[in-house]
Structure formats: C-alpha cells, structure tokens
Write a protein that binds this ligand. Structure first.
Ligand SMILES: [Ca+2]
Ligand SMILES: [Ca+2]
Length: 389
C-alpha cells in the first residue's frame, strides 16, 4: 500500500509507504471495505485504518498488500485513512471521530486545515536540508527539536536567553509573530562542519554563546561560519550566559536564621500555642494570640542579612490569618527600620507557607513582625515564621 499525497507534503509518503520498509502488516476486510495494519516506522508501529466507498473485488499480500476494485473507466474510489501510534482500533476510532463519512474536501473546508497547515509550516522556511532532514523536521512537534535545529535553545528555563548550539541547516527563515523575520545562515554546515568558528548578528561580530530574547524578537540575520574543529568562539569570560549567582562559590540555599533566636510576642496562648511554636519547624503546631493585631520580635545571636521571610498559616479559622503587616529590623532594639510592608495578603490554604522577598541587603540582629490587621477574627495565629538568609 502506498499513500501519495500532494507533492509539497511528500514527507507524508514515508510514513505510509510499506512497500520498501522492513516490515508491516496489511489486512483487508472485504465485506467491511476496511483495510488496516501497521508500518514499522523508526522503532515504533504506525497503525492505520482505512475505509473505501467501493466494493473490494480482490486483495492479497501480507506485510505488503494490494487491493483491487472492479471500477469502470474514470471511476473514482475514495479511501479514508487515519493513523495511530497505539493500535488499529485507535486508528479506526480516530477516523470515525475526526472524519466520519466526510470527504477530504469537506474536512479541509470545515477546518481550514490546509490554510492552518500552511501557516504553521510556513513560519519556518528551510534551505539546504536533505529529504530525510525535512521528514524529521516537519514531522517533529517538539519545540526543543525545532529550536535546536535553528541553532539555539532555551536551555535555562525562566531566563530570557537562548543558548547557541549549532544550526542544522544552511539557511532557515523564521517568520515571527510580531511580523519580523529572523534569518539563520550557516553556509556549509554538515555533519563534519558542525562547529561554530565565528558568528555575526546583523553584520556585527557576535562572540556571545547565547542570544537574548529581545535579539530574536527584533529579527535580522544571524550568520554562523562553520568548521570541522571546535574553536574558541564563545569561550570568553563575557561570552557565557548571565548567571543568577555571582562569584565562583557553589550556590548555597537559604537557611532559617529565626531558629535559635529569642522570641517575644505581644500575646500568646501558652503553653500549647505559645510563641515558641512559631519556630519549631513544624506547621502542625501554632502560635495564637487573643487579639486582631500582634507584634512578634526575634532577637538573633548575631546580625544577619535576611533575603526572604516566610509565614505559614495555621490549621483552622482563616479569619485569624495575618492580612496586613510590616517587617522591621534593628540592631539596638530602639531604632527600627521597616524593611518590608504587605497589605491584603491572603492565605488560600491551611498550613500554607508563603515566602516574601526582602529587597534590602543590610544586616540586623533583631527582626520584628508588626501584624496590623488580620482577616476578621478576634484572634491571630501563625504556624511558622522563618527568616531566610
Ligand atoms: Ca524554622
Ligand atoms: Ca509551628
């Protein structure tokens, strides 16, 4: 069996062509006018199920099969086919759900499938690719592959930079959503010439081994000179992507500086719900005061810089959750500096830990949480309070 779609999408043929492939299966249900089976395709089985609208006169074969129709001159036979990577049954279900008895023209008109297909594939135009590379590229639905084939990839998720690898094609033209066009040139790129020797962005030498998102959005021309050996391109100290840490030391996680400090509280429900329950490292215990506002102070053994602090809601009564507060800091217990202010904070869940970033870098030996409003209850409570630095 051979599937021959329009020439521009001839890569489809490879998926369905089982004439010259190693193996496959081909089953004909004459009474049901159904043809099904699978083709081995790059390690997986691509199952198919097809129906025809004309009586099957004869058929034969096994891994390679054929079907004959007793047609008159110029009589058209319509074959509807669907595929699945799971099973013939799934392929048949896909055919029933997606196409049913509709003609190809009907489906195409309803879904504007042709236009959408052309639009999607038209976003990237490739030059200098082999037929097999185009089969892989156009059949690939994974962003990582498309990015990599273009020559760059968002290796550091959450950042705005794209790490440059090496392009796969001698020329790729990407039509961006904003109307700009990015052309990636790599003349002479091949399995041998796969190392970047130099690069230029819009004609200017580009030594960084990453691209900024803004550069991509601006469009333009990115050109690579390729070679057969690794080069020193992109290895300069300022050529590597920016780091979220500074210096050469390994990143260290923040630790809770509140632990071991001397706590005082404006009120508490001791001993079961006393202030020490704020720093006992479990949200199963809580501090509670019989007031709608509260002041909590932690005097530490030495001055530390706090980068974040966390508050954990307690097990019950959301009305007791803090809503408005300031975090203040001091080194002498007399002069207090407000280092963070929060209003209308909501704890959506019980025993929910919320982290708050402190912008300043100064170090202090005392920290004071001034809860100026809660969510309406006569009491205020918290399960944990951490000072992370
Ligand atoms: Ca703790
Ligand atoms: Ca606790």
């Amino acid at each position: 069996m051979q599937w021959q779609p329009d020439p521009p999408r001839s890569f489809l043929r490879n998926h369905f062509d089982v004439i010259d492939s190693a193996s496959g299966s081909f089953t004909v249900d004459t009474a049901g006018r159904t043809i099904s089976g699978y083709a081995d395709h790059k390690g997986g089985k691509l199952y198919f199920s097809a129906t025809v609208d004309t009586a099957i006169a004869a058929s034969g074969g096994g891994g390679t099969g054929w079907v004959r129709f007793a047609t008159g001159a110029n009589q058209q036979v319509t074959l509807r086919i669907s595929t699945s990577w799971m099973s013939v049954a799934q392929a048949a279900a896909n055919l029933s759900q997606e196409v049913g008895g509709k003609s190809l023209d009907t489906v195409r008109d309803e879904a504007q499938a042709q236009a959408q297909w052309d639009t999607v594939l038209g976003k990237v135009r490739i030059e200098g690719a082999t037929a097999d590379q185009m089969v892989t590229f156009n059949g690939e639905m994974s962003a990582w592959y498309v990015f990599s084939a273009m020559g760059f990839h968002p290796a550091r998720m959450g950042s705005t930079d794209y790490t440059i690898g090496a392009p796969l094609f001698s020329k790729a033209t990407i039509s961006l959503e904003n109307g700009h066009t990015l052309v990636v040139n790599a003349p002479g790129v091949s399995d041998t010439n796969r190392y970047i020797q130099s690069a230029a962005l819009n004609g200017t030498a580009y030594t960084k081994n990453y691209l900024a998102h803004a550069d991509l959005l601006a469009g333009g021309t990115l050109s690579f000179t390729m070679g057969a050996s690794p080069s020193s391109w992109g290895t300069g100290a300022n050529d590597v992507p920016p780091s979220i840490t500074s210096g050469t030391a390994a990143p260290a996680r923040l630790t809770d500086k509140a632990t071991g400090g001397t706590l005082t509280a404006s009120g508490e429900n001791g001993p079961g719900e006393a202030r020490d329950k704020l720093t006992d490292d479990t949200s199963m215990t809580k501090w509670l005061t019989f007031a709608a506002t509260a002041t909590l102070t932690d005097q530490l053994a030495s001055a530390v810089t706090i980068k974040q602090y966390t508050l954990t809601s307690a097990d019950d009564v959301p009305g007791r959750d803090p809503k408005n507060w300031t975090l203040q800091a001091s080194n002498d217990g007399v002069t207090w500096t407000t280092i963070d202010t929060r209003t209308n904070v909501d704890f959506a869940d019980r025993r929910q830990t919320r982290a708050f970033v402190v912008p300043g870098t100064a170090s202090y030996s005392r920290y004071r949480l001034q809860i100026t409003a809660n969510h309406g209850a006569a009491e205020t409570q918290l399960a944990e309070w951490q000072l992370l630095g």
